[in-house]
Design a protein around this ligand. Structure first.
Ligand code: ADP
Length: 489
């Protein structure tokens, strides 16, 4: 079984600019490691501002022709790209697990989901209709058309190394934009593999450019993308802290900005909930990707009447169903955390909660496997003052708070500056409506723990972001409206 990068299909150790596999202008590289075992997968270019500036110029030049292609032409390429991603799904999923650590089945799931954006946006761009607006003046006629915005600068995270690239770049390219994308330093290979398949699908040189860098160059590269006047759009998925930096940097050139930032998802279990469904909903919502998604349950709120039964059933399910290990091993459901920084953060949050009175029901420590592995953990007797519910855990830790009334649960759920995803389980249909409407979140799961879909919208309220990805809404982020007024009629 492959655990290093040698002879791994689709593993490229160069960045991709103007249709060529390139090194950094400085010649520098950095190492990418497999988080499951610390082994080096390869070295990719450690690019800086000057590389990005050159890539932006390429993308800007290419935009002058790409913007004139028809939606049908773009659709044909995107669908071919989609077909190739599915054809090589197993290889791409293996590469994804090697760099990210998530179990192979989850990587395959990500490939299905991620590839779907290429197909979806390829089809959807053929429906970028405008309007003919009834005129207020007899001698004038007014219409509104949509046109691609220009070069899109993108910064993507490590937790979905494939799907965050396709969700952004698929939309931009379908809209007629060109792209300069910097993948997360931990997971550049899935983005680079997508470049190979885009080229095979017939995407012209310069439409999709991927620049790689280590973390120390992330800031300068982000600044260049935000401040370069040749870039018209910024799309970022990552932490709220970095999102705010990018938003303020983009002010200097008044760029259109899309941000998918951190969440602090409440997962509410009401007394009337189906216990088994609530437990399995939480298992998939909380422990997917070892808890490292921005829509993972972060605060589990359980009503008094079902609390003890829920804790018992959840503890049993965690012990029986979750298995940590190398994501390439059969049966593994929990990979490692992405790096030691992430591990230390999760460990610190659990220690803080326990010292403040939380009870460890299951787990609570680093895994005996060592490395970046943390035990799937269940904490009960958690209170709203603890850091574990105020901060985004991004790890396999379910922190459970007890509540008495619906009003109290909603008060706790909405008492946060985040507003990405929320979930609740109930059998009371009136409550289902009331709570859905009152949750201040962009995504709500009712008796459901997994809610993302290519066909629908994804995005957060409050400090969880700006703009929407996916669905019919995702293309708009890369389009500008133009009002055209014909006079003298
Ligand atoms: P995480 O802590 O989960 O890595 P970040 O928001 O820090 O979340 O990282 C998300 C992405 O943003 C990564 O690709 C990272 O390298 C990049 N990044 C980090 N800091 C900056 C910055 N100042 N400007 C631009 N990108 C950044």
């Amino acid at each position: 079984m492959a655990s290093t990068g040698k002879n791994v299909p689709f593993l490229h150790n160069n960045a991709y600019v103007n249709g060529k596999w390139v090194t950094a202008l400085s010649g520098k590289t950095y190492e990418v490691v497999n988080p499951a075992n610390g082994q080096v997968l390869g070295q990719v270019p450690d690019m800086d501002q000057s590389d990005v500036k050159a890539a932006v110029e390429v993308a800007h030049r290419t935009f002058q022709t790409w913007k004139n292609t028809t939606p049908k032409e773009r659709c044909v390429i995107l669908k071919k790209w989609y077909d190739l991603c599915l054809k090589y799904k197993k290889d791409l999923a293996t590469l994804l697990t090697l760099e990210n650590g998530k179990p192979l089945a989850e990587s395959e799931g990500e490939l299905t989901y991620g590839s779907g954006f290429l197909e979806w946006f390829g089809e959807e761009c053929r429906r970028t209709y405008g309007d003919v607006v009834p005129s207020a003046t007899p001698s004038k006629r007014t219409l509104v058309i949509q046109q691609p915005i220009g070069v899109a600068g993108m910064i993507t995270p490590w937790n979905f190394p494939n799907a965050m690239v396709t969700r952004k770049a698929g939309a931009a390219i379908a809209a007629g934009c060109t792209v300069v994308l910097r993948p997360a330093e931990d997971t550049p290979y899935s983005a680079l593999a997508l470049c190979q398949l885009a080229e095979e699908a017939g995407l012209p040189s310069g439409v999709l450019n991927v620049v790689t860098s280590d973390r120390s160059n992330a800031g300068p590269i982000g600044k260049e993308l935000c401040e370069n006047p040749l870039v018209s759009k910024i799309s970022f998925t990552g932490s709220t802290v970095v999102g705010k930096i990018l938003l303020s940097q983009s002010a200097s050139t008044v760029k259109k900005v899309s941000l998918e930032l951190g969440g602090n998802a409440p997962f509410i279990v009401f007394d009337s909930a189906d216990l088994d469904k609530a437990v399995s909903g939480l298992l998939s919502c909380k422990f997917r990707n070892a808890g490292q998604t921005c829509v993972c349950a972060n605060r589990v709120l359980v009503q008094d009447g079902i609390y003890d039964k829920f804790i018992q059933a959840l503890g049993k399910a965690i012990t029986a169903q979750l298995k940590t290990g190398d994501g390439l091993q059969p049966g593994v459901t929990q990979g490692p955390l992405i790096n030691s920084r992430a591990l230390e953060k999760v460990e610190g949050l659990v220690k803080d909660a326990v010292s403040a009175g939380a009870t460890v029901v299951v787990g609570g420590n680093r895994d005996a496997k060592g490395g970046n592995f943390y035990q799937p953990t269940l904490l009960s007797n958690v209170t709203t003052e603890m850091r574990v519910v105020k901060e985004e855990i991004f790890g396999p830790v379910a922190a459970v708070i007890r509540f008495k009334t619906e009003e109290e649960a909603l008060g706790i759920a909405n008492n946060t500056t985040a507003g990405l995803a929320a979930y609740f389980f109930t059998s009371d249909i009136g409550q289902a409506w009331r709570v859905s409407e009152q949750l201040q979140y962009g995504l709500v799961g009712v008796n459901e723990g997994i809610l993302s879909a290519v066909e629908s919208t994804f995005g957060g309220w409050k400090e969880s972001g700006l703009g929407r990805e996916g669905g019919k809404y995702g293309l708009n982020e890369y389009l500008e409206y133009k009002n055209i007024c014909y006079g003298g009629i």
